[in-house]
Design a binder for this molecule. Structure first.
Ligand code: SAH
Ligand code: SF4
Ligand code: F3S
Length: 494
């Protein structure tokens, strides 16, 4: 029998992530395989440490990471670990990280530093770093040099290998690093412990092939690869049977769904329509790319009541010059044309977006083009960012602009965005809206909260029994960030 490798050996043979390798895209078909757990990994706590063990997952970044964390929890439960909500109680802590901007990463390094003391108190504690950060060469170097307290490092391509990685960490008493710069496979059947029993994330595709010049995601998540339609439709049908009320379809660029199939012709519009027919009460999706958002998709959105009248369509900039330097492959005019068409198909559509300011070469004229676009598009919300150079991406080598200029641009842009937010809420004042009740409000635990079809947050008084149900609420006051209302009806049938 082959001798079990020690952690050091694993470390020595491990292939470091390479942004250059990660950039490669081949036309080969994606491998699909089914997740399985070997029996020897189940109940490792009892088998190896003579006691039940616990775990905690800390999630940063986008919905893609939230969905991945549900899978990490699903796998840990299957291994018979118990989830806990405090670091002090945990025997394994996962940091499911985000690499999108420098400040996101600095936060994680801060947290990892803090955990050194916890390790002194619990000798069994394993710290696992996963998600997008380990896919960067710079992260691995820094962890290696300055964070010996990190025991396990894996990337976005090997969540399914958690059982094996944990086992190796226990057996070797050494660090276990495994990060792959591969294009990526699709692993079906991983157990998923969903955060909510009302709303569910549904991955429809992984990776990104857009290579916007500022963005690290195509390097950290591999090539665009779509899940098979049957797998997605069956997952949604099961969710309907379990009583789920809302799904959000996830992908970095959902409009590219299906473009990688070699044996069938099946697009995002086809998928959206087939899912609308499952009668799940509410469908949302994120994120869309303005270039790939096509007429078929917009037509399907207008045709089905259960596809929500809200779209998050990141524009990034209103200047054609900057859009070109970002490699976004559309112009301000094309963006406006598309949203105008969509607003005709979906009257009352709520549109939100992402915008980056301070991108290299952005001058006052470019910035004013962005402000102009914001006014014309009538956004009802936006995530706004100052450009953050990411090592290995093309834009990191461009001449950077002054940080104070970027900060001032962000402030002024946010004022305009907040006006749009408030205006978008105001249009519902003195009307009745349908709300899917999420639970009690974090800010005011006396009040229930939930979202409207247009994705507006509503607070109102009501009974605990309404959680998970649809209700009609009369909106008596609109604020910038939420609506305040009065319950009009008991739970609606749906
Ligand atoms: N796939 C999605 C989301 C990507 S990340 C999309 O294409 O929109 C979410 C947002 O982060 C992006 O839309 C962009 O606005 C922002 N972002 C990405 N890289 C960034 C960087 N290097 N600096 C600042 N903001 C960035
Ligand atoms: Fe990044 Fe662009 Fe892909 Fe979005 S579409 S993940 S911004 S490269
Ligand atoms: Fe961050 Fe990775 Fe998502 S970089 S935004 S967690 S895809």
């Amino acid at each position: 029998m082959a001798k079990e490798k020690t952690g050091k050996e694993i470390f020595d043979t491990y292939i470091a992530p390479s942004l250059k390798e990660a950039r490669k895209r081949m036309t080969k078909d994606t491998n699909n395989f089914l997740f399985e757990i070997d029996d020897r990994y189940i109940d490792m706590g009892i088998k190896i440490r003579d006691r039940k063990l616990t775990y905690m997952v800390k999630t940063y970044g986008c919905q893609g990471n939230l969905a991945d964390s549900e899978k990490i929890c699903g796998i840990m439960d299957a291994l018979k670990y118990t989830e806990v909500d405090k670091e002090e109680k945990a025997d394994v802590i996962f940091f499911n990280t985000c690499a999108i901007r420098e400040n996101a990463e600095n936060r994680i390094y801060g947290e990892l530093g803090r955990l050194k003391n916890l390790k002194k108190r619990n000798r069994d504690l394993l710290i696992a770093l996963c998600g997008c950060m380990p896919q960067e060469e710079v992260t691995i170097k820094r962890i290696n040099e300055s964070f010996p307290q990190v025991d396990i490092v894996f990337g976005t391509h090997n969540i399914h290998k958690i059982p094996e990685l944990l086992y190796k960490a226990y057996k070797s008493n050494n660090n276990v690093f495994e990060v792959m710069s591969i294009e990526g496979d699709i692993v079906e059947g991983m157990p998923q412990k969903r955060i909510s029993d009302i709303k569910a994330w549904v991955d429809i595709m992984y990776g990104c092939d857009e290579f916007c010049t500022y963005c690290i995601v195509p390097y950290t998540r591999g090539k665009e690869r779509s899940r098979r339609p049957e797998a997605i439709i069956n997952e949604v049908k099961e969710l309907v049977e379990k009583g789920y009320k809302e799904i959000t379809l996830l992908g970095q660029n959902v409009n590219a769904y299906g473009k990688d199939f070699v044996d069938i012709k099946y697009s995002f519009a086809n998928l959206l329509e087939d899912l609308a027919k499952t009668n799940i009460p509410r469908i949302r999706y994120t994120t869309s790319h303005p270039r790939d958002l096509d007429k078929d998709t917009m037509d399907v959105m207008g045709k089905y009541e259960n596809i929500m009248p809200h779209l998050h369509l990141p524009v990034q900039s209103g200047s054609d010059k900057i859009l070109k330097k970002m490699n976004r492959k559309y112009t301000k005019e094309i963006y406006l044309e598309k949203i105008n068409y969509l607003k005709k198909q979906v009257p009352g559509l709520a549109l939100t977006t992402d915008i980056i300011v301070g991108f290299p070469y952005e001058d006052e004229d470019d910035y004013n083009e962005t402000l102009d676009l914001v006014r014309k598009a009538d956004f009802e919300g936006a995530y706004t960012f100052i450009y953050s150079p990411r090592a290995g991406t093309p834009a990191a080598t461009y001449e950077q602009i002054d940080e104070d200029v970027s900060k001032a641009r962000l402030l002024k842009l946010n004022e305009l965005i907040n006006e749009g937010f408030a205006k978008g809420n105001k249009r519902f004042e003195n009307s009745v809206v349908e709300v899917l009740v999420d639970g009690f409000s974090d800010k005011n635990p006396e009040m229930l909260c939930g979202y409207t079809k247009h994705n507006k947050l509503v607070n109102f008084e009501g009974d605990v029994s309404l959680i998970g149900k649809f209700v009609n609420v009369y909106i008596d006051k609109a604020y910038t960030w939420h609506l305040h209302g009065t319950l009009k009806s008991d739970a609606l049938q749906k």
